[in-house]
Design a protein around this ligand. Structure first.
Ligand code: NI
Length: 224
């Protein structure tokens, strides 16, 4: 998942993130030697099917896949990636939760979740913009359970069980949807919010320029 961060954010935050590589600028030379995997795009049948359970989370091949997925996610400036997105139909997702995106300021570093199960906690639903590496260039508002419990297995073979909310819950729901063959547009209530990220940035920039014009003319009037 790409963190769209368009919800109530000022243009500065959007532009900073953009300069971090959102638009797919050329990768730094150091990344050239890493195993950046090819990402399946919407329309590829592997994204529409139920992924298979991972038989042995301790299989070295799984660790190797996770290492490549970590590099692929970082190179794409993503916050989550599911194995079917790199054309491996397995129930495995990697993700991270940036601290600044959580209410309590406690994030989660790069994490692995194998054979996950999710259950909603409560009825509350939040809607926010999401982006997806398999749906490049687009973003849309997606309803998700505000609070969920999830469990699965880590790369060390140990059980993981968490109760989370907000952005953490959103990332997990988005990534696990990939394992059930769902992409975020199919979760949207209203496709009217589906938009090109570049166009939304232009709109944010234009509204900032407008407000600056208003401030400038107000200042000029005061000085007259
Ligand atoms: Ni995605």
């Amino acid at each position: 998942m790409i963190d769209g961060r368009l919800d109530g954010l000022c243009g500065d935050a959007v532009c900073r993130e953009r300069s971090g590589g959102f638009t797919g600028a050329a990768a730094p030379p150091i990344l050239a030697s890493m195993a950046i995997l090819d990402i399946a795009l919407m329309g590829n049948p592997i994204l529409a099917q139920q992924a298979a359970l991972v038989d042995d989370p301790l299989d070295p091949a799984i660790a190797a896949l996770v290492a490549d997925m970590e590099e692929t996610m970082a190179a794409a400036n993503g916050v989550g990636l599911a194995a079917p997105q790199v054309k491996r139909s397995l129930q495995l997702v990697v993700f991270k939760v940036p601290a600044e995106r959580t209410e309590d300021g406690v994030g989660l570093p790069f994490s692995v979740l194998i054979n996950p199960v999710i259950e909603p906690l409560g009825e509350a639903i939040d809607e926010a913009y999401e982006g997806c590496l398999s749906v490049p260039g687009l973003t849309g508002r997606v309803p998700r359970w505000r609070q969920i419990g999830y469990r699965g297995i880590g790369l060390d073979g140990k059980a993981i069980e968490r109760e989370v909310s907000g952005f953490h819950a959103r990332v997990i729901q988005h990534e696990c949807d990939h394992l059930w063959g769902r992409l975020y547009p199919s979760r949207m209530r209203d496709l009217g919010s589906l938009a090109f990220v570049d166009e939304l940035y232009r709109q944010v920039q234009a509204s900032r320029d407008d407000s600056r014009d208003v401030e400038a003319s107000a200042t000029a009037e005061e000085e007259e």
